[in-house]
Design a protein. Structure first.
Length: 89
């Protein structure tokens, strides 16, 4: 069952942009997720940005953003990476 907030029309108020990006991604709105991730110039934003490009299948762009985040592209599933990012943030 989806968390109640995923049924809402908009991301919960007060979420930092990287978390809002994950929320939009969980809702299936890659465009809004990408917009939120790229709205901040932080390592956390770069990590989410990298994940989103990995999900999109644009691995060279994902690798660029992983480097900006100080990370390497993981070999885990997208779902596992999403959970790791969410837990870290």
């Amino acid at each position: 069952m989806e968390p109640k907030t995923l049924m809402d029309r908009d991301a919960p108020a007060g979420l930092a942009p990287p978390l809002a990006a994950l929320w939009w991604d969980a809702r299936g709105d890659w465009g809004r997720a990408h917009e939120a991730a790229q709205s901040v110039d932080t390592a956390e934003g770069a990590w989410v940005h990298a994940y989103l490009h990995r999900k999109e299948g644009d691995l060279p762009n994902a690798d660029y953003w992983y480097r900006r985040a100080g990370r390497r592209r993981p070999s885990v599933s997208l779902e596992a990476e999403w959970a790791e990012i969410a837990a870290a943030l």
